[in-house]
Structure formats: structure tokens, C-alpha cells
Design a protein around this ligand. Structure first.
Ligand code: ADP
Length: 494
């Protein structure tokens, strides 16, 4: 296969920047396929070429297959990188790319259908004898049958959308009397969010940890794993802090889970980057799902394994990425990633939108910042509120936690609120420090909004200066009419 001269990016924000950086280093041009509102973003400024594919509404732009294909072709791209989220796990999109003569950077449409669909994946895993969470993933979708299945599984039971993802559309049944209502509402949500009302059931594991393996299939069909990540720190089933490797695995468990991850990937003839997710409880592990794409938290794996997963994806799509048999990779040190969300931690995490003021990410050894927005850019209410990721590496887990806390304390974001103060509290919690946190850690320990700090006179003075400068940026960007109240502006405090 020939080398790509130009790749289209069907995504936005920090992952679009991540892909642009990999392409730049490889001498490949980029075409950013963006929505109308994303012209004030870093990816827009960094891409070789930009093509507007539609309005802010995702269904008309980032989720619109035809618009993305037309944009990629008009931009002269030979391949499409879908990033994560949006169309990245959409088999129809992968197929549409191939039909249009574009290389989809990811596994084949067939693999996505086999493994990316939660129900198909479970059927495949069951046949291969892999451990699954007890549940029901049958065809019968009427309420009486589903309630009977809930009873048979035994409470608590979680209802999930078959076509779901991103932690949405899940309902937890703890009381049989509520089963009907919860199933019905899960079906309604599934239909509106994913276009299909189909649901399936799983026993809810109360003390589980979320452990996942980074898998990779090279151009010749060899599949390996690049070890594990732990993502147990979640809020409403969405990850906030991830780390590599997991502090919870014995060598024996790591070996068995790694083998299971490779086995399921091989069944799907995996090519490129993917993730096999498991829940681990009381020493037993269960397959949760396979994500047939790059994962938000891929940088922690990159730091401990010494790999560049995005370049590896591109090289695989070019037919050039081949594992050398004598090469043994083992993880070095420890890495943690924190997702920075534009939200107000003092109001329980309500989204915080507006124009971004001064931003400062403190440089130093073993730190990496992935961000899609800079001073003067707009954080809009249309998309996921994640504005950046902070990733650190150090030799031990304890020192990595220490480093992350210092880095977050030294980071500055003006203009919008962020969850940085919340993250700092989580990182200092004894259960996180000793690595015993489960997926219910946040729900149990951080149910209440955190308390706002009392700022010193010096802090207030610094904030005032920075706000004045941010207002300068706002004026320069021609949006003075939208100046927000200074009280809305947050500075983390020390
Ligand atoms: P999504 O694809 O929407 O992210 P997943 O099936 O991957 O959904 O689950 C996301 C998270 O929800 C898991 O990491 C876990 O915290 C929780 N979860 C899902 N299924 C179960 C279960 N059967 N028992 C306990 N927790 C679960």
C-alpha cells in the first residue's frame, strides 16, 4: 500500500490536534472536517486545510457520514482518521470510506460489526469460552419477558442499550417494583440516543474495578496487547482519571486477562488499535466490551510502553506496521491521565461555557498536555465538555500521583470553570492513593459538590489582572459584546 500524502480528520478538539501532530511528524498533510462553530479551535488553526461539513448540531456534521465523505474527497484526502467518539465505531462509515476509495484508519467494517456491537461481541466471547457477566442479551424485548429475566438474573441488574456507548442509556435496577419503569425508560433513551430501542441486561457488580487492555493488530494480522489501564474513577459511568498500569493486578491475573483480550481480538481479525474492557471483582474478571478505536486514555499506555499509537494506526493502514517477533515490550514506570472538563465543581459539575481566557500548563519532566482550545477560543455547549487532558509519568505510582497533584495546582485556566479542584481532591483520597477504588468510588465519596476556596487578597489581585488581559483577548477576537461577568471567571487558587 502506498504512503498517505493527506489524511482527513473526522473529529474535533484535542484528539484532532493529537492526530494532526502525528501527521505533521510523518510529513502527511491534514484536512480538518469541522462544524461551523469549531473555527475557533486549535485544530482549525493547525490543520493544513479545513473544510466545513455542517452546523454545530452533531447529527448534521460530525455524525453525518455523507458530509464527512464529501469533505474528505473535496479536501483531496486519501484516508480518514475518525479519532474517538462520533463516527469512530460506525461500521457504515468505515464501509462508506472504503466505497469512496478512502482508507478508514481503524479495523474493517466487518470487525467493527463483530466486536463493536456489544451483543454480537458477547455472543462471540461466549462461544470462545471467555468469562462474561451473567445476563440476558436475547431477542425478546417486551417488558414482561425482560422483567422475568431480571428476576432470573437476580438484583441488582443493569439495563444497557445494545447500541449504546459513552456511559449513556444505562439504568440500574435495585428494586423489582421499579424494573418495568426503568426498562421502559432505558428503551426510550436508547431509541432517541442511538436509534434503536434494543436493550440487554447484566448483573450489576457492586465492587468492581474497570480494567482494560490496549490491543493492537499489525498489518500482517498479528495481535498483541500493550498492557493494561485502570479506569475505575468514573462519574455516572464516565471515566475521569485513568492510569497505566493497573495497581490492582497480580502478574497471574494480568497474564490471563491479557490472553483473553488477545483471544477476542483474534476472533475479530483485529487490525489497528482497540481496547478490551473488563470488570474485575473479588479476583474474577469479566468481559465488558470491545472498543474498536483509539481510546481517550491512550496516552497513559503510550507513556509506559514507549509507543505512538496514532502513528502505529496510520502505519498499519499503510500496510507498514509489523511487530518484530524478538521485540518484547514491558511497561516502564507509571502514568496517570486526568480529563479536564469545563464545568463548575462548586455546583456539582454543571457545564461551564464561554470564551477561554489565559491558560497556562506548567512545563517540566514527564508531563504531557493534550488540548484543543487556547485563549480566545470558545467553549460551546454543543459538545462534550472535555477541553484538555493532563498526562504525567514517573517511576512509581506514588510519585506519579504527587506529580499530577503538583501539575494540576500549577495549571491555570481563566474564563471558564474547570474540574481541576475536584481532580486534586480525588487524587489525594486515601482509597485512590492505595489503589483500592472501585467504579463506585466517586458516587460513594464525592456525591456532594466541593467547597469553593476562600481567596487571599493577592490571589484576587492576580485574578483581576488576568481577567483584564483575557478581556483584551476577547476584544481582539471581536466578541466584546459577549463579555462575561468576572465572577464567572475562576482561578484555581493554590
Ligand atoms: P459504555 O459503552 O456506555 O461506556 P460500558 O458497558 O463500557 O458502557 O460500561 C461503562 C461503565 O459502567 C463501566 O466501566 C462500569 O463502571 C459500569 N458498568 C457497566 N456494566 C456494569 C455491570 N454489569 N456491573 C457494574 N458496573 C457496570
Amino acid at each position: 500500500m502506498k504512503k498517505f500524502k493527506r489524511i482527513a480528520i473526522a473529529n474535533r478538539g484535542e484528539v484532532a490536534v493529537r492526530i494532526i501532530r502525528a501527521c505533521e511528524e510523518m510529513g502527511i498533510e491534514t484536512v480538518l472536517l469541522h462544524s461551523e462553530v469549531d473555527i475557533k479551535s486549535r485544530a482549525y488553526r493547525l490543520a493544513t486545510k479545513t473544510i466545513c461539513i455542517g452546523p454545530a448540531e452533531t447529527a448534521k456534521s460530525y455524525l453525518n457520514i455523507q458530509a464527512n465523505i464529501e469533505g474528505a474527497l473535496a479536501g483531496g484526502a486519501e484516508a480518514v482518521h475518525p479519532g474517538f467518539g462520533f463516527l469512530s465505531e460506525n461500521a457504515e462509515f468505515a464501509e462508506a470510506c472504503e466505497n469512496a476509495g478512502l482508507v478508514f484508519i481503524g479495523p474493517s467494517a466487518k470487525t467493527i460489526r463483530l466486536l463493536g456491537d456489544k451483543v454480537h461481541c458477547k455472543e462471540l466471547a461466549k462461544r470462545a469460552g471467555l468469562p462474561l457477566i451473567p445476563g440476558y442479551e436475547g431477542e425478546a424485548q417486551d417488558l414482561s419477558s425482560l422483567v422475568a429475566e431480571v428476576e432470573a438474573i437476580g438484583l441488582p441488574v443493569i439495563v444497557k442499550a445494545a447500541a449504546g456507548g459513552g456511559g449513556r442509556g444505562m439504568k440500574l435496577i435495585r428494586d423489582l417494583k421499579e424494573a418495568r419503569n426503568l426498562i421502559e425508560s432505558a428503551q426510550r433513551e436508547a431509541l432517541s440516543a442511538f436509534g434503536s430501542p434494543k436493550v440487554f441486561l447484566e448483573k450489576y457488580l457492586e465492587r468492581a474495578k474497570h480494567i482494560e487492555f490496549q490491543i493492537f493488530g499489525d498489518s500482517t494480522g498479528q495481535v498483541k496487547h500493550f498492557y493494561d489501564r485502570e479506569c475505575s474513577v468514573q462519574r455516572r459511568h464516565q471515566k475521569i482519571i485513568e492510569e497505566a498500569t493497573s495497581p490492582s493486578l497480580t502478574e497471574e491475573l494480568r497474564r490471563r486477562m491479557g490472553e483473553a483480550a488477545i483471544a477476542i481480538a483474534q476472533l475479530g481479525n483485529y487490525r489497528g488499535a482497540g481496547t478490551v474492557e473488563f470488570l474485575l471483582q473479588d479476583g474474577d474478571f469479566y468481559l465488558l466490551e470491545v472498543n474498536t478505536r483509539l481510546q481517550v486514555e491512550h496516552p497513559v499506555t503510550e507513556l509506559v510502553m514507549g509507543v505512538d499509537l496514532v502513528k502505529a494506526q496510520i502505519l498499519t493502514a499503510q500496510g507498514e506496521y509489523v511487530f518484530r517477533s524478538q521485540q518484547v515490550r514491558i511497561p516502564q514506570g507509571h502514568s496517570i491521565e486526568c480529563r479536564i472538563y469545563a464545568e463548575n465543581p462548586y455546583l456539582g459539575g454543571v457545564p461551564s461555557t464561554g470564551l477561554l481566557g489565559k491558560v497556562f500548563w506548567p512545563e517540566g519532566p514527564g508531563r504531557r498536555y493534550e488540548f484543543g482550545f487556547e485563549e480566545g477560543d470558545e467553549i460551546t455547549p454543543f459538545y462534550d465538555p472535555m477541553i484538555a487532558k493532563v498526562i504525567v509519568w514517573d517511576e512509581t505510582r506514588q510519585r506519579t500521583i504527587q506529580k499530577m497533584i503538583r501539575v494540576l495546582k500549577d495549571s491555570l485556566v481563566f474564563g471558564v470553570h474547570t474540574n481541576i479542584p475536584y481532580l486534586i481532591e480525588i487524587l489525594g483520597h486515601p482509597q485512590f492513593v492505595n489503589g483500592t477504588m472501585t467504579t463506585r468510588f466517586i458516587e460513594t465519596n464525592f456525591a456532594e459538590p466541593i467547597i469553593a476556596p476562600i481567596l487571599s487578597e493577592i490571589d484576587k489581585e492576580i485574578i483581576k489582572k488576568a481577567i483584564q488581559q483575557s478581556h483584551g483577548a476577547r476584544l481582539a477576537s471581536g466578541r466584546s459584546s459577549e463579555a462575561t461577568s468576572p465572577w464567572q471567571t475562576y482561578w484555581r487558587g493554590v
